[in-house]
Design a protein around this ligand. Structure first.
Ligand SMILES: *[C@@H]1O[C@H](CO)[C@@H](O)[C@H](O)[C@H]1NC(C)=O
Ligand SMILES: *[C@@H]1O[C@H](CO)[C@@H](O)[C@H](O)[C@H]1NC(C)=O
Ligand SMILES: *[C@@H]1O[C@H](CO)[C@@H](O)[C@H](O)[C@H]1NC(C)=O
Ligand SMILES: *[C@@H]1O[C@H](CO)[C@@H](O)[C@H](O)[C@H]1NC(C)=O
Ligand SMILES: *[C@@H]1O[C@H](CO)[C@@H](O)[C@H](O)[C@H]1NC(C)=O
Ligand SMILES: *[C@@H]1O[C@H](CO)[C@@H](O)[C@H](O)[C@H]1NC(C)=O
Ligand SMILES: *[C@@H]1O[C@H](CO)[C@@H](O)[C@H](O)[C@H]1NC(C)=O
Ligand SMILES: *[C@@H]1O[C@H](CO)[C@@H](O)[C@H](O)[C@H]1NC(C)=O
Length: 710
């Protein structure tokens, strides 16, 4: 029976499902009761529900539902209870307990439920900010993990509309190497009649402090594992999730890397044989505005809502982790995932920096017992839309969070000039246009120190970037179906209240001569290519028959099964890239002892009479690369020196992380016409690094242009 409910993953629901669901909820609650005991704890072992009276002699989390059921209790006002080890901020709907002065969220009380967070976790592992950092010069993307335990607590605002609390830590330069050279001020805000609370943080590095790196920083929540079982990342990505114990041996067996686990003996047998891996639930930053967890009984949702991406690193296509087995719910502000060491934020000596991450809204919602809990997702999306409308928020008290009237607007129109598409400039309809700190073409992909402001052009190419913070920016853009990308050749300086109209800008994508042939679609991903079915032994059921098939585990091994001896050959005018172009040029496993070889893919094409004095242009757009070297040869696979090589590029790790793109890289290779012959020609694409299964590249698009004809 339970499988019915567990198949409800498409976001749509119907009455028949509803009635079936009700029975199943009952079964589920019985099961949970059996496994974990009653949902609503009556004990007071957990400090969150401490009955120690605070200063006004009243126990913040010990009384009845703080949800306005008794109109006579003065619940319309916000309440703040400061205890020695905890601070509780409370409105009509929820009460949030935060450790004093560390600033860990230890409890969220809601609708009479004493804690939505997992009380079996230590107090610093329920709701916390963290940073992974390293000393200057460190290579790679790993470092020291710090949960940012604050040392000072302050009440910043306390009135009838808002409570804002600060938990801060000040760097002491005599502390030595083991401490991240950052001041961090973590803020928690509760507003009247608001079903949730906000958190943001101000990170500051002073000029005189040591150089260092930030690899990763985020805010994490760990809801109760006995109740929050249904995870929603997007309309098309939601499901019942395994339990954390299912991942541990002997219930789970780690696959080729520890994040991917085969569930061999899960507590609930229906998960048996599935792969669980948090990277299967990553999202592009632009699609990560709301995600979270649903409890069926009672129907309660806990969500993280980010109303803006301005403070996230790497622009709208940067992929970040969202929610995963734990349950864990993250807002990742910065990480190196799908980008690698190029993404690490490196601070030099004498470099001052300050940045505000958030506010993030931690939203709790509920429905009457009889309603379909999936309605919580719809409601959470509405709440997200409301938060987006209120951005930039007017309530944060820190002067470092800049309000709307101190921000600027940049607008304009982006046109494309591509004479093989049209003799006139055409509007860059749907273009992504954005501001990022100045840098070379494409540098916004790894830019992390500043803020970014992105929007999409309308069908006429008009764009408006609103709520831009003061500063000096590059204006960047790219357009579906056009190679490379645009960068405005002037810098844009935004000042408070300014409205800048940059007028009509013209993007001229690289183009020399006519297209002789092309493979794929210029869209910065490999999604249009052939993505194989996974090995039936390594399936995540969510991605069966799913548009994101590429998120299945182990697809890299399918290559050797399809091409056991000879590598891929693509014949122009005969092959179909949707079927005949494997989505990733991975290494081929040649036997069972984990030996891999690099591969050479061939593109065969015919030219009747090559222009031996002309130059042909091979446009190579890559969707990702990992420790790869791509060499290009023409008509002679044996030449020692290739016509072109990328050199060793990329640490995106997209193949192992089931992505369909990482960082975008664009190359143009000049092919002298003298290298081509009348009749059949072959371009050899060799990836030389044979070190293991995860090395390789994904193509976005390949095009051969003939010489310019007059
Ligand atoms: C609220 O106050 C009114 C008037 O004092 C009283 O009649 C009513 O019983 C009270 N309700 C509750 C739930 O205490
Ligand atoms: C910084 O650390 C040093 C050495 O432990 C200590 O003497 C000093 O008081 C600290 N400064 C502050 C501002 O805490
Ligand atoms: C509280 O919020 C709800 C939902 O946003 C709204 O309908 C209601 O009017 C608000 N109540 C008050 C007292 O502001
Ligand atoms: C551009 O104009 C030339 C001359 O009129 C014409 O031959 C060509 O087809 C046009 N190109 C496009 C892409 O419309
Ligand atoms: C903007 O940044 C660029 C690149 O760093 C620099 O050349 C330019 O002078 C800056 N403009 C302003 C107004 O600061
Ligand atoms: C996949 O979808 C097709 C058509 O929608 C359906 O016929 C088929 O049964 C589905 N397969 C699985 C494994 O769900
Ligand atoms: C592993 O495979 C390689 C390549 O086929 C082979 O040379 C080597 O002998 C194999 N080693 C073992 C232990 O089988
Ligand atoms: C050229 O390539 C085509 C397609 O692969 C093939 O059918 C044909 O036999 C080749 N011609 C020669 C002369 O090799």
């Amino acid at each position: 029976m339970s499988t019915d409910l567990r198949q409800m993953k498409k976001g749509a629901f119907s009455l028949s499902i509803l009635s079936a669901s009700l029975k199943i909820f009952w079964l589920f609650s019985s099961l949970f009761f059996y496994l974990y005991g009653p949902f609503i704890p009556t004990t007071t072992k957990d400090p969150v529900v401490s009955t120690t009276p605070d200063t006004d002699g009243h126990s913040p989390n010990g009384h009845g539902p703080p949800n306005g059921h008794n109109p006579n209790v003065s619940l319309s006002l916000l309440q703040l209870h400061i205890q020695e080890q905890y601070v509780v901020m409370e409105n009509e709907i929820i009460a949030v307990t935060i450790s004093n002065p560390m600033g860990f969220v230890t409890g969220i009380q809601y609708h009479g439920i004493e804690n939505l967070l997992d009380v079996t976790n230590p107090e610093d592992d329920r709701g916390y900010w963290d940073v992974v950092w390293n000393t200057a010069g460190a290579k790679g993307t790993k470092g020291m993990f710090d949960r940012i335990e604050a040392t000072d607590f302050k009440v910043i605002v306390q009135n009838d509309e808002q409570i804002e609390l600060s938990f801060s830590r000040t760097y002491n330069s005599s502390s030595g190497d083991g401490v991240v050279p950052l001041n961090v001020d973590k803020r928690f805000v509760i507003l009247r009649n608001s079903s949730g609370f906000y958190s943001y943080a101000i990170y500051e590095h002073l000029k005189e402090w040591p150089a260092f790196n930030i690899d990763n920083t985020r805010i994490a929540f760990k809801p109760r594992k006995d109740k929050f079982r249904y995870m929603v990342v997007a309309d098309e990505r939601q499901r019942f999730m395994p339990l954390p114990d299912d991942r541990k041996p002997p219930r789970g067996v780690a696959l080729e890397y520890p994040e991917a686990v085969l569930l061999v003996d899960p507590i609930e047998p229906e998960f048996k044989g599935e792969v669980d891996d948090k990277y299967q639930y990553g999202c592009e930053s632009k699609d990560t505005r709301v995600h979270g967890w649903i409890s069926n009984d009672p129907p309660i949702g806990i969500w993280q809502i980010t109303a803006s991406e301005e403070y996230r690193s790497g622009g709208p296509l940067k992929q970040v982790l969202t929610s995963h087995v734990g349950p864990a719910s993250l807002t990742v502000f910065h990480s190196a995932h799908y980008a690698g060491a190029a993404m690490v934020i490196r601070f030099g000596s004498n470099e001052a920096w300050k940045k505000v991450y958030g506010p993030v809204f931690i939203h709790i919602n509920s429905l009457p017992e009889k309603e379909d809990p999936l309605g919580l997702w719809q409601n959470a999306k509405q709440q997200m839309a409301a938060e987006v409308q209120s951005w930039p928020y007017n309530f944060p008290a820190s002067k470092d969070f800049i309000k709307a009237d101190q921000r600027g607007t940049v607008s304009g129109r982006l046109m494309i000039r591509e004479r093989y598409v049209s003799n006139e400039s055409i509007p860059a309809s749907g273009a992504y246009v954005g501001l990022a700190l100045p840098g070379e073409l494409g540098s916004w992909q790894t830019e992390s120190k500043g803020y970014q402001f992105w929007s999409r052009a309308d069908e006429n190419g008009h764009f408006t970037l609103e709520n831009v913070l003061s500063g000096n920016y590059s204006l960047n853009g790219w357009v579906y179906n056009f190679i490379s990308e645009y960068q405005y050749d002037a810098f844009i300086t935004v000042t408070p209240g300014i409205a800048i109209d940059v007028g009509e800008l013209v993007f001229e994508p690289p183009r020399d001569g006519p297209t002789l042939w092309e493979i794929g679609i210029p869209d910065r991903t490999a999604a249009e290519f052939y993505v194989p079915d996974p090995n039936p032994k390594f399936i995540n059921k969510l991605f069966v028959n799913h548009s994101d098939k590429f998120r299945q585990y182990g697809l890299w091994e399918r290559y050797a099964e399809l091409y056991p001896k000879e590598d891929l050959v693509y014949t122009v005018d005969q092959s179909d890239y949707k079927k005949d172009w494997f989505f990733a040029q991975v290494n081929r496993k040649i036997d069972d002892n984990n030996t891999y070889v690099g591969t050479t893919w061939k593109i065969e094409f015919k030219i009747d009479s090559p222009d031996t004095h002309g130059t042909y242009k091979l446009r190579l757009a890559l969707a990702t690369a990992h420790a790869a070297e791509l060499q290009v040869r023409v008509n002679d696979a044996q030449t020692v020196t290739p016509l072109f090589t990328t050199g060793v590029i990329g640490k995106d790790n997209t193949i192992a992380r089931h992505g369909i793109h990482g960082l975008y890289r664009f190359y143009t290779v000049d092919i002298p016409g003298s290298e081509l012959v009348a009749g059949n020609n072959t371009i050899f694409l060799t990836q030389t690094n044979d070190q293991g299964p995860f090395v390789g590249i994904m193509y976005d698009y390949i095009r051969l242009e003939g010489p310019l004809t007059s």
